[in-house]
Design a protein around this ligand. Sequence first.
Ligand code: CDP
Length: 375
Amino acid sequence: MSKPEKFFDENGLRLDGRRVDEIRPMKIEVGVLSRADGSCYLEWGNNKVLAGVFGPRELHPRRMQRPDTAIVRYRYNMAAFSVEDRIRPGPNRRSTEISKVSREAFEPVVLTHLYPSAVIDVFAEVLQADAGTRTAAINAAAIALADAGIPMKGLVSACAVGKVDGKLVLDLGKDEDNYGDADLPVAMTQDGDVTLIQMDGNFTQDEFKEAMELVKVGCKQILEIQREALKGKFSQSETEEIENEAVIEAPAPEVEKAENEKVVETEDDEMVEVETEDDETVEVETEDDETVEVETEDDETVEVETEDDETVEVETEDDETVEVETYDEEVVETEIIETEEDNENVGNVVMEDDENDKEPDENIDEDIGKGETNE
Ligand code: CDP
């Protein structure tokens, strides 16, 4: 790649058509790594960065622990394939320096004192580099930290400002970075406190002041994008939660309880109400409104047919327990937790009084109590 002939067109627009105060398009995905506590994939122009956060977790070896605070470790790494010329894998002087300053960029915001002796690991992997990777990594890491639920005073946003052909430009592109006159990467908190500043090249004092104003605008824009990304993730999961809660907490319909009603409780706490409707048929209603028809076959066994044609057998085992077996051999053990003394029992089904003429099975009498059922 060679130096472009000019960096601005006749309208003052940059090589990629941006204005001098315009950042490259940024796309953020939150929570992309299932094994990380928090993660983020970020694209910024042609940069592609993945950040993963692990922790807070106990720091080993123990002699490295700080009894009053957690430590934050930050590893910036460029994939070998992320640049035009392959990078030799492993840490180098540049990545060690970037890791150090990036860790320090988060120091003022992460509430490390809440996790004594712990470590919070931040990994930033640059998959594709196109100028501004340290700032891209910081933006992604801030999201990953938030995604991991690490308490912070606020987010950290980062952007570079530079000088090209004597003009200040926000968020340098690759050619601007390579062939420009100056590069000033900055990270700041949402309150505008600078947590990272590095400089390559020269600015006059006035240029420097102006550059700082410009980069502040850039960081604010990025902060908005970060916030939106987090809102997108967490408002979505809130909605899901509310929907789930609605399912879980939806009250069972008020059923007028007949005298002969029994309530049985399945082992996994699912409540099933059993109510006789007539001599032959009872309705079983689960708390989630599902209704099954129960038909007596004989004194010992009843067949339960769900509305969607699934058939289950309800069989008395003893006074307290009935077994509900679906035809696909799924077995549910239910336990009677409430009984009405004056009713005849057939399994977990309580028959109405006019059913008392029926001769119940001997076993049932024994199990359920003859005296009560056959007065
Ligand atoms: O990426 P950042 O601007 O934070 O750091 P830099 O050291 O100023 O590097 C500028 C750009 O040069 C990187 O984004 C890469 O695109 C490229 N670069 C490279 O091609 N090979 C390297 N070993 C280092 C950087």
